[in-house]
Design a protein around this ligand. Sequence first.
Ligand code: ATP
Length: 449
Amino acid sequence: MEKIISLAKRRGFIFQGSEIYGGLAGIYDYGPLGVELRHNIKQYFWDKFIKEREDTYGMSAAILMPAKVWEASGHTELFADLMVECLLCHRRFRADQEEVLSEHEEEHKKSLKEVTTFKKMWSGPKVFNLLVETRLGSSEETATSVYLRGEITQGVHVNFKNVLDSMHPKLPFGIGQIGKAFRNEITPRDFLFRQREFEQMELQYYIKPGEKVGREMFEYWKQFALDWYYGLGFRKESLRLRQHAEDERAHYAKDAWDIEYNMPGIGWKEAWGIHHRGDWDLKRHAEFSGVDLSYFDEVEGKRYIPCDIECSGGVDRAVLFVLLEAYTEDEMNGEKRVYLRLKPELAPVKVAVFPLLKNKPELVEKAREVYLALKKQFGNVLFDDNGNIGKRYRRQDEIGTPYCVTIDFDTLGEKPELKDTVTLRGRDTGKQERVTISGLGERISSKRP
Ligand code: ATP
C-alpha cells in the first residue's frame, strides 16, 4: 500500500485533497493519470451494465436531496456506526473495527509506563450518523436542511416513476448510475478504501415480487458483477464472493453478498455489494411522498410494487484494487524495475512515442508525425524525448503504458529496407519488434503488451 500511495502521488494518479493547505482526512484528488484510469473503469461499467444491454437505462441524479428522502430510506435513523473515544488522546474510532482499536492500544502501550492507566482507555459506545448535512437558502429563516447523498441508490428510486412514465419499460428492467456519495466516516483510512467523499457505480434491477424469480435474478446479478470485476484484470485467487451473516445485513435485505478483494498485507475487503432490497425503498418512498410508485403488470392485469436487486460498487475502491493488483516488481536486463500490469483498455496512456535523440530535428519531426497519427486513433498517447531510451521505457512501465514506439535513423531510411518502420516495445515482456508505421495502429489494438 505504501508503494502504491507513493507511486500514485509521484506519477500524477492521486493526491491528498487540498494538500497545500494541509489536506482533509479521507478526501483525495485525482491527477492527470488517475482521472484517466478512473474514467476507463467507469466507462467499462457503463458499457457492460447499461450500453450493451437491452433491459437497462442510465441516469444521473443530483447529489443534494431533501431530508425527507433520507427519512424514508431509513438513513436518518439507521445510517450510523457505533463510535468509541480514546480517553487518553480523545481520538474517535468505529467500535466494530477491533483491529484498528488494538493497533491504537499498542501505540499507547509503547509510550505508557503504567499499564493501569491504560485500562481506562475507551469511552462507552455512542451512535454516530454518517450523513453529511448542509443548508440551502439565502436566509436563516428560509434555509432548509439538505443532505449530500450517503449513497447514490436513492436518486434512482425517487425517479422510478419518471423513468416508468417516460420510457415505458416492462419488468424486469434496471436503472444504473455513477456518481459521488458522501459519508462522515469516523475513521477514514487505507487511502482510497475508506473516504469521506467517493464515487459509486450502481444498478437497481427491478423485478416482479416472488421467491423463485428473486432467487434466480439474485444469482444472475451476483455472477454478472463478479464476471465484470474479473474483467478489470484480476487473478482468479484475488477475488471471492462472501455472503453476509444475518446480523450484518440491513434490516430490509432478503439476501446480501460482497465481492471481496484480497488486499496485499491487509486481507479480504469489500469491493462490491449485491443486495436483495425487496420492495423496501419504493414502498417507503411511496409512503413518505404520497406518490403511487406501483407498476401495472399488463399480463397479470394488476398493480404491485416491484422488488429491487442492487449491484453497488465503489469506483475509488476499484481504482485502488486495480492499482494494487497491477503493481509488479521484476528484473529486466539485470536491473530491478516496477511496472503496472494494467489491461491495455484501462491504462491511462495507451502508447508512448519517442524520437531516439532529441537534438536531431529530422527524428523529432518524424516522431511527432507518428505521435499525432496515433493520437487520432487512441487519444491518450504521450510524446517523450527526455533522457535515454531505457529510462523512458522505465517511466512508461511505472504508469502501465502497454506500448512504446521508437523512431530511429532506420525509420528515416538509413537502412533502406527498414524505411518507415519503427521499434514497438511491449511493457510486460520488454520484447521489441520492427513494425511498419502504416501497420502500427492495428498491431497495437490486436496484440497484448
Ligand atoms: P463498508 O462496510 O466497507 O463501510 P458498506 O457496506 O457500507 O461498506 P455500501 O453501502 O454497500 O458499503 O456501498 C457500496 C460500495 O460503495 C462499497 O462496496 C464500496 O465499494 C463503496 N464504498 C462504501 N463506503 C465507501 C467509502 N467510505 N470510501 C470508498 N468507497 C466506499
